[in-house]
Design a protein around this ligand. Structure first.
Ligand SMILES: Cc1ncc(COP(=O)(O)O)c(C=O)c1O
Length: 438
């Protein structure tokens, strides 16, 4: 009955409505969720790379219930206790002492607000923003324009003052080299050149993901520190989109922290793992210097539900759970193990052209027709039927993987059991052995 209503009455995201055939999820626990037909799935993608703490984390459910009993809502312009506490914890964990936090409803509006704040703080209200090709920053109009993604191609970057840079995609030789280190440096130098040559009013900010990319590009180690230096030297603010890479996904609280102070951005945006997706919430964290520039200016922004108390209470409980359960370190350790196992699969299955990631529980397999020529299995962003079949077959036996184009993205909840993770990779191995990738 509900699945009929789902099919007839709901307009679903990211699909052709007539083809919709998603499961209806009714419950979950840890790394598993189950559907209305009683089928249980091991979640190898944290749904949309957001359920870092697993499904129905008891501490979060309790925190939401307790907060609901106390206070569900207060206007965003006034104070709310869990909001202040969460802001304080975020500033503490990121080492942005003296900065400020603005709360949003999710990742897209966090990125929009980061751009707004960067333009205002830089004194360039129409300053240009540089983002990358093959990036994804959200599906609102402005973030579609910020995203260099086929899914968002209908938005006009020029109208939003967005310039596009080439991505640090060594495997595809985007900057004339296949060396990871050289590619990272060349990509940062390319952004520097774009800043130097930008027309008036010049570049206000550069907005990019520091590590794992939603479109399957993982930044080489040299990239982010070089980008930080290049932007600092040119007076452009650096915004780290940590919507997906934050909260342990890349083995740190925030992915830029792998580079220490040399990677510290001016602003960072958060969502997904901030509440482990138990309640919608996003945030922009501003450094002390950026916050100081805004301190005596009118801030023309706000959303009715910014910093909603229920969401902030979930955020506080989430941060406590990451800490209590050692999940950031766990992600780093299991991420390394997962990466090594996937490299083993690559050695066995030539259809895997590249394996990227592994700093935490995030990895990408890029599928090719021919490992030597690197010919893609399907032209980007098309999804090769054989990969779709593999994902379907895995789901039929109770393991849920996510794929995008030629990519299989692995991003399980950080609470996944070691044996479960290993079984899921064994399954991939079996399915790849049986699958015909013609
Ligand atoms: C890197 C990145 N930025 C922004 C977004 C948009 O976040 P939201 O869907 O919460 O608006 C996403 C979502 O997938 C993302 O992965």
């Amino acid at each position: 009955m509900t699945s009929n209503l789902e099919r007839s009455d709901v307009l679903h995201s990211w699909c052709v409505q007539a083809d919709w055939n998603g499961p209806t999820i009714t419950g979950g626990r840890g790394a598993h969720f189950w559907d209305a037909e009683g089928r249980d799935f091991l979640d190898m993608s944290s749904l949309a790379e957001c359920m870092n703490l697993g499904h129905q984390h008891p501490a979060l459910v309790r925190a939401i219930q307790d907060q609901a009993a106390r206070l569900c809502f207060t206007t965003s312009a006034w104070g709310a206790e869990p909001r202040a506490e969460l802001a304080h914890r975020l500033l503490d964990k990121s080492g942005f002492e003296g900065g400020r936090v603005f709360f949003t409803l999710g990742g897209a509006d966090a990125n929009e607000h980061a751009v707004k704040f960067a333009r205002q703080a830089s004194g360039k209200p129409r300053g240009l923003i540089i983002t990358r090709d093959r990036s994804y920053h959200g599906a609102s109009y402005a973030t579609m324009a910020l995203s260099g993604d086929a899914r968002t191609a209908s938005a006009d970057p020029e109208a939003f003052g967005v310039l596009r840079a080439l991505p640090p995609y060594a495997y595809r030789r985007c900057l004339g080299t296949r060396s990871e280190d050289a590619c990272g440096e060349a990509a940062a130098a390319h952004v520097a050149q774009l800043i130097d040559q930008a027309p008036a009013p010049g570049v206000a900010a550069v907005l990019m993901e520091p590590d794992a990319g939603t479109n399957g590009i993982v930044a080489p180690d040299t990239y982010w520190p070089a980008l930080r230096q290049a932007t600092r030297d040119r007076g452009a603010l650096l915004i780290a989109d940590e919507v997906m890479s934050g909260f342990g996904r890349c083995g740190e609280w925030f992915a830029w922290q792998r580079h220490g102070e040399a990677g510290r951005p001016d602003l960072m945006t958060l969502a997904k793992g901030l509440t482990g997706a138990h309640v919608p919430l996003g945030a922009v964290v501003l450094s002390q210097a950026v916050a100081a520039r805004l301190e005596h200016q009118m801030l023309y922004t706000g959303l009715t539900y910014c910093g909603h108390p229920l969401a902030c209470a979930a955020g506080v409980a989430a941060m406590q759970a990451y800490e209590d359960e050692g999940l950031i370190e766990r992600s780093r350790t299991l991420g390394r193990q997962m990466f090594e196992r996937l490299k083993g699969l690559q050695a066995k299955h030539p259809v895997i052209g590249d394996v990227r990631g592994g700093h935490g529980l995030f990895a990408v397999l890029e599928f090719v027709k021919d490992a030597a020529t690197r010919e893609p299995l399907a032209p980007w962003p098309d999804s090769p039927p054989a990969l779709k079949r593999l994902v379907d077959e895995a789901r039929q036996v109770g393991v849920s993987f996510a794929s995008r184009g030629n990519l299989l993205l692995l991003a399980p909840p950080l609470v996944i059991g070691e044996a479960e993770l290993s079984d899921a990779i064994d399954l991939l191995d079996r399915l790849m052995t049986n699958q015909v990738f013609a």
